[in-house]
Design a protein around this ligand. Structure first.
Ligand code: IPE
Ligand code: IPE
Ligand code: MG
Length: 237
């Protein structure tokens, strides 16, 4: 019998299927994103209750900028209202980081994000990373640029570039690798999410569309994770 895994230290969620959920109901895609945002709040609270230390959600990818302007604008407005409620997260003891290329966001959003990150950083509950304008490749390019600048300045030599230096240059610096990646909406692909951090992640795919995802579905993913046998390239004793 294999030893059951403890709870994952870090869960990632690719919250996919908002558009299909809305279209199936004759609603606009943005209504799907609205419902998805509500579900997101419930799942964060639930993950915190379950004692998950780190949660990273994929809210908007670097590729999602290519969607029609009305949809991109709608998602950004949802984010605005989320950030307006920032005080709530402080009370809920959630420490929030927004990960991604913030240079593409509107200035007011960047300011609100900075305030939320600063105001919640000493919270001791779940650490929530929100992937916004996030892409794994983009993150690695961003890290490579920092490392190249250090080398150019003479503060490191090429031999000093190692896993730990790359990790320290990621948006998730100092955080554990992701153990479990949940993807809703039925697609079985990574879509540029946590490419480095997910090197040995367990994947859980469900056809359930994100707006229909419940705390019980989250628990089912944890349950399945607990039955996985993680070998990390080694062999079992
Ligand atoms: C995920 O839902 C949310 C974002 C990517 C912003 P989608 O909008 O991709 O929904 P589907 O996949 O089209 O149903
Ligand atoms: C992944 O979903 C990104 C988010 C959930 C934010 P997409 O809908 O953008 O991914 P693809 O296009 O199906 O790969
Ligand atoms: Mg999608």
């Amino acid at each position: 019998m294999t030893q059951p895994q403890a709870l994952p230290n870090h869960v990632g969620i690719i919250m996919d299927g908002n558009g299909r959920w809305a279209t199936a109901r004759g609603l606009s895609r943005n209504r799907g994103h609205q419902k998805g945002a509500e579900v997101f709040g419930q799942i964060v609270r639930h993950a915190q209750k379950r004692g998950i230390p780190y949660l990273t959600v994929y809210a908007f990818s670097t590729e999602n900028w290519n969607r029609p302007p009305e949809e991109v604008g709608g998602i950004m407005n949802l984010l605005r209202s989320y950030l307006r409620d920032a005080d709530k997260y402080r009370k809920e003891n959630v420490a929030v980081s927004v990960i991604g290329d913030k240079s593409r966001l509107d200035v007011d959003l960047v300011e609100m994000i900075a305030k939320l990150e600063e105001g919640s950083r000493h919270n001791t509950g779940i650490h929530l990373n929100i992937g916004l304008s996030y892409g794994g490749r983009d993150e690695l390019v961003h890290a490579a640029r920092q490392i190249a600048a250090m080398a150019q300045a003479g503060s490191i030599s090429p031999q000093e570039v190692d896993h730990s230096l790359v990790e320290r240059c990621l948006y998730t610096a100092g955080q554990p690798d992701v153990d479990l990646i949940i993807r809703t909406g039925g697609e079985q692909r990574v879509s540029n999410f946590l490419l480095w951090q997910g090197a040995y992640a367990e994947f859980y795919f469900t056809p359930t569309l994100w707006p229909d995802f419940t705390p019980a579905d989250f628990d089912a993913a944890l349950e399945e994770y607990s039955r996985r046998e993680r070998r990390m390239g080694g062999i079992l004793p």
